[in-house]
Ligand binder design. Structure first.
Ligand code: C2E
Ligand code: MG
Ligand code: MG
Ligand code: MG
Length: 278
């Protein structure tokens, strides 16, 4: 699944596959320096709960600060991180930052949760369970307010292995979302068998949903399936009001996308935002 992880990221960003060996090497060096020099920064993108018209969670989205103080997007470095075995270090570092932030919010009475992306190579670390417990303890984060997002294409070797790994999150009281649902190697068996709380429908089905009948048909089916299995639905990639209205009509519980808010540095984040006329 190490290979699958890197294929996934390579497929997600065409840039990565086109960059020269030299550029890759440079990016790897930069990433290593960023990891040791604390130059990974989290941006936060609000997730709107459509039932309460309020921000229930934010997704943590990592950025790398380069030498010139510019933010580098994950599309440019995650492929390289995966290929060179750096995902566990990166994921643990993000986990720690996110959990510190959650604790800081908790301390000031803010109940907004955080959603954290975790990749298969990290989950597969033999000491994952201990590391998770250790970071929770050190940061004092409230696991009730944490969602861990896993990509179904990372769909670990077997159902029973995957269930065992995901139960690490359940046993500490955190929730699990299937990220980028509907692309990749979708297997309904995974949806049926794994302890997943949220289905996060991939943005490629949502961004043009106001223009494409086929996307409406597919999303409607995914929402129905999820609900029939007792899972809540998050859609990402909502970029306009029409799309919001369409998914609202379908009974989707949570939306994320530029229409609600772009990913923001913590200093610019407005957790009180809501949608007018929802
Ligand atoms: P993702 O987990 O599916 O995150 C959603 C991505 O969609 C983010 O891109 C977000 O900025 C973008 N997005 C949100 N709303 C919209 C919208 O309305 N329209 C469009 N066009 N895009 C939208 P970002 O931040 O570049 O991250 C890309 C991917 O990199 C993420 O996809 C995730 O797979 C990965 N990633 C980001 N941060 C982390 C991290 O801390 N750890 C790990 N393991 N992966 C991460
Ligand atoms: Mg995600
Ligand atoms: Mg996603
Ligand atoms: Mg994605």
């Amino acid at each position: 699944s190490k290979v699958r992880g890197s294929l996934y990221y390579a497929a997600e960003s065409d840039d990565t596959s086109r960059v020269s060996r030299h550029e890759k090497y440079r990016m790897k060096e930069q990433l290593q320096a960023a990891l040791s020099g604390n130059r990974l920064v989290l941006f936060y993108q609000p997730i709107l709960d459509l039932n309460t018209n309020s921000i229930s969670h934010c997704e943590c989205l990592v950025r790398m600060l380069d030498d010139e103080g510019q933010f580098i997007s994950p599309a440019q470095f995650l492929g390289i991180a995966a290929e060179s075995g750096m995902m566990p270090r990166l994921d643990f570092s993000v986990m720690e930052k996110a959990m510190r932030q959650q604790r800081a919010w908790e301390d000031s009475g803010i109940t907004t949760g955080l959603s954290i992306n975790i990749t298969a190579p990290t989950l597969e670390q033999p000491d994952f369970e201990e590391r998770l417990a250790e970071i929770l303890k050190r940061t004092g984060a409230n696991p009730d307010r944490l969602i861990f997002e896993v990509v179904e294409t990372d769909a670990l070797e077997s159902i029973s292995a995957a269930r065992k790994l995901l139960n690490n999150f359940k046993s500490v009281g955190a929730k699990i979302a299937f990220d980028d649902f509907g692309i990749g190697f979708t297997s309904f068996e995974y949806v049926r068998e794994l302890p997943v709380d949220y289905i996060k429908i991939d943005q490629s089905f949502i961004r043009f949903i106001h223009e494409r009948e086929s996307d409406r048909v597919l999303v409607k089916s995914m929402v129905e399936m999820s609900h029939n299995l007792g899972k809540k639905v998050i859609v990402e990639g909502v970029e306009n009001r029409q799309s919001l209205d369409i998914v609202l009509d379908m009974g989707v519980e949570y939306v994320q996308g530029y229409y609600v808010c772009r990913p923001m540095p913590i200093s610019a984040l407005d957790l009180s935002l809501s949608i007018r006329d929802l």
